[in-house]
Design a protein around this ligand. Structure first.
Ligand code: RIB
Length: 334
């Protein structure tokens, strides 16, 4: 019988993913490991055959990636990392953009299933309808946002919200605004709960000054950051927040635009904290303080789960990190 990629991996003492990376001539493979794998391939007479694999496993070398909004830099970055890792393992990625629409998402997933994918990685829309149509035989992993009954790899969004609040409290801010994402998305709810929870901890400690928190709901896009930012900033200078945190960087960048239009200096008059750490965050002026999501690690865990044939990993939460740049400072003396 023809040796399989698993035989090669076993004899070489590496993972199937490593064998795939050697076959894909991926430079990231350690030369000594590459040589050992190539020797085993030679000795066993292993010949990769994607058609054979498709027929034998009734699976293609395609990984479906389903995301709600390709125009959101977070998802564009995620797609880039996931595609890099998948192609290194000898797989192609078929990208489906669902426009945050459950019906469109269902249609896209059904069409992907018709291609006998090796697996599907999905950041589901709110109110997703695909839970029941993803068959057990297809490895499916939720990424970033949860999908009932499916493994999930995501940032610890609650902790990320806490990090943003702690940063502003430590700087001395006591009048704080928060622009959340849509209340229908789990990541937005978790971030707000973490942020608000950390603020409320100060209420329980009498030695702290009381903190005023104003929360308004946004839509994870530049426009809502700008429009809601204007709402929060139009009040009297003595009433308006000295710091505003947002549920993602796009809203923070929209808020930056509103502050500039209103002649409010950042960070001298107003501190701003975002969430995601998209590439633009370090390019806008002032460079944005934000909470970084470990995107590459998230993508790697999702791809590995598909390559492994979907070892159920349950819930994997990854640590966020505060990235302090130039958009936050102590509150102005008033
Ligand atoms: O940027 C929008 C949000 O959607 C990101 O923070 C990411 O977590 C995704 O869910």
């Amino acid at each position: 019988m023809n040796p399989t990629v698993k035989d090669v991996a076993r004899d070489a003492g590496v993972s199937v993913g490593t064998v795939s990376r050697v076959l894909a001539k991926n430079e990231t493979v350690n030369p000594a490991i590459r040589q050992r794998v190539e020797e085993v391939i030679e000795r066993l007479g292993y010949r990769p055959n994607s058609l054979g694999r498709s027929l034998r496993l009734n699976k293609s070398d395609i990984i479906g990636l389903v995301i709600p909004d390709i125009t959101n830099p977070f998802f564009a970055e995620l797609a880039k990392h996931l595609e890099t890792l998948a192609s290194a393992a000898g797989y192609s990625v078929l990208l489906a953009n669902t426009h945050e629409d459950p019906k469109a998402e269902r249609k896209q997933v059904q069409s992907l299933l018709g291609r006998a994918p090796a697996g599907i990685v999905i950041a589901p829309v709110s109110g997703s309808l695909v839970g029941e149509i993803l068959p057990d035989g297809v490895v499916s992993v939720a990424i970033d946002r949860g999908l009932t009954g499916h493994s999930l790899v995501a940032t610890d969004n609650f902790e990320g919200g806490r990090l943003a609040a702690s940063h502003l409290l430590e700087l001395g801010h006591r009048r704080i605004g928060y622009i959340s994402g849509p209340s229908t998305t789990d990541v937005s709810i978790q971030r707000l709960n973490g942020f608000r929870g950390r603020i409320e901890e100060t209420f329980s400690n009498q030695s702290q000054h009381v903190v005023e928190l104003t929360v308004l709901e946004g839509n994870f896009d530049y426009k809502s950051g700008e429009a809601i930012g204007r709402q929060l900033l139009l009040g009297d200078i003595k009433q308006r927040p000295t710091a505003i945190a947002t549920a993602n960087d796009q809203q923070a960048i929209g808020l930056l635009r509103a502050s500039r239009d209103l002649g409010i200096r950042v960070p001298e008059d107003l501190s701003i904290v975002g969430f995601d750490d998209i590439p633009l965050a370090s390019l806008v002026l002032p460079r944005l303080t934000t909470v970084r999501q470990p995107l590459e690690e998230m993508a790697e865990i999702a791809v590995r789960a598909v390559l492994r044939g979907g070892a159920i990993m349950g819930l994997v939460t990854l640590k966020p990190a505060l990235v302090e740049r130039d958009s936050t400072a102590a509150p102005p003396a008033r």
